[in-house]
Design a protein around this ligand. Structure first.
Ligand code: SAM
Length: 267
């Protein structure tokens, strides 16, 4: 394959659908394939977490359809989204379904792929940078640590309204585990309480990453016991990822932040 073929636009056959990982928000964190697909789409369906800089890469005249989902807010039911994708593909359009981060992680891609495939529509998936990877990069941290953090668990703290979090806390409390908690801002007090109750050290380092890769990005560091207080300044609307585990303290910036905090506490 020539280089020219790799960068040429038009990789979507009419009447087919691409689920495309849009990364954490900054268009610089898209894959080159994602960028080409976005530019080639006739119609783009996007979630609330897809950054404006990513949408700006669509060609003039592309139909942009928000099917946004935000925690606790009214959003289009999944079945409605499935049907919109199907109708656009049946109309012979080149369809791109943009999903924040990576489509395969808490992205409900199985429902969309299943619905389209059941109706004979060809579906392809383009991976994206998931929030946990982007958050680790922003904090100059590693999610694993040789000999100390051998396990990395992605978990969602999203529940249906009013339902308690039904997670295997004993499994998550292992000292060798780094936890990446998606949709965890509201549940942060429960996450901290249950982990400590299941035996996790209250002194375990945590890193809270808000609006990762966007101009409003914030990275907050602290300890598990303080997690309920650390999230209090974060608005419901701001995408927030909780990272919990020993690996977080070992990053140079983590050590630096800790040293600064200790110095100011001593002063
Ligand atoms: C429905 S999940 C989708 C995850 C996405 N598929 C991924 O791979 O990142 C949405 C959650 O991802 C996390 N998230 C997504 N983008 C983020 C960002 N830019 N900064 C912080 N967290 C983010 C937050 O925990 C948010 O509540």
């Amino acid at each position: 394959m020539r280089h020219h073929d790799l960068i040429a636009p038009g990789p979507i056959a009419p009447g087919t659908v691409w689920l495309v990982g849009a990364g954490p928000g900054d268009p610089d964190l898209l894959t080159r394939r994602a960028e080409r697909l976005i530019a080639a789409a006739d119609i783009l369906f996007f979630d609330a977490l897809v950054g404006p800089g990513v949408l700006a890469l669509a060609a003039p005249g592309t139909e942009l359809v928000s099917v946004g989902k935000r925690s606790g807010r009214h959003s289009k039911p999944q079945e409605g989204i499935n049907d919109l994708l199907l109708a656009a593909a049946r109309a012979g359009k080149r369809v791109v379904r943009l999903k924040g981060g990576d489509p395969s992680i808490f992205g409900r891609s199985t429902e969309e792929i299943g619905h389209l495939a059941a109706h004979g529509i060809a579906v392809h998936v383009c991976p994206g940078i998931t929030a946990a990877s982007a958050a680790a990069a922003s904090g100059a941290a590693s999610l694993t640590l040789r000999g100390l953090a051998r396990r990395l668990t992605f978990v969602t703290a999203h529940t249906r309204a009013g339902e308690p979090l039904d997670l295997d806390w004993t499994a998550l409390a292992g000292a060798d585990t780094t936890l990446a908690v998606y949709m965890g801002r509201a549940a942060a007090p429960e996450v901290a309480r249950e982990l400590v109750r299941a035996g996790r050290d209250p002194d375990t380092p945590v890193m809270i990453a808000v609006n990762v890769s966007l101009p409003e990005e914030r990275v907050i560091r602290g300890r598990l016991a303080a997690l309920p207080f650390l999230v209090q300044t974060i608005s419901d609307d701001d995408p927030t990822l909780l990272l919990i585990g020993e690996a977080l303290a070992a990053s140079p910036q983590g050590a630096l932040a800790e040293a600064r905090a200790m110095a100011s506490a001593d002063a």
